[in-house]
Write a new protein. Structure first.
Length: 147
């Protein structure tokens, strides 16, 4: 069982997808966790989520997925679990938060953002959930040690 969790092939494509998704998601997590990049930090973010009817546990898991999960992707550690958390977070955001059509709001003509970004992030997360972390990942090192 543990072998499947860390298993990955040595694909450089998976490496690029993993690092790109992690680098894009991490600042969002750092906004929520520490208040960096113009964010509000853990307490205020938790309060906001709760004011929107999101249970505390779900809010906390979203913050963990976007911060620790993104860091896990960058390092290639627990890639499948990290990608699952980020994919689930993006699915929830696309369904419950970003209900303003398909397209991003490039010209500020919509009530909010569309969900095209979320589809890309979900597709990247699914790729990593099934393929693993690729080359230069801690998962690959762990997998090798297990064998």
């Amino acid at each position: 069982m543990i072998e499947k969790f860390f298993h990955t092939d040595s694909s450089w494509i998976l490496t690029f997808v993993r690092i790109a998704l992690g680098v894009v998601i991490l600042p969002h997590g750092l906004q929520k966790l520490f208040g960096w990049f113009g964010g509000f930090g853990l307490g205020a973010t938790m309060s906001f989520f709760q004011s929107q009817g999101i249970p505390s546990l779900i809010a906390f898991l979203v913050i963990l997925a976007e911060s620790l999960g993104a860091l896990g992707l960058i390092l290639g550690f627990a890639t499948k679990l990290s990608a699952f958390g980020i994919g689930l977070t993006m699915l929830g955001a696309a369904i419950f938060v970003r209900a303003n059509g398909f397209f991003m709001n490039w010209f500020n003509t919509q009530a909010g953002e569309g969900f095209e970004y979320h589809i890309l992030a979900i597709a990247m997360a699914l790729t990593l959930m099934f393929g693993g972390g690729g080359a230069l990942s801690l998962d690959a090192l762990i997998s090798e040690k297990i064998r």
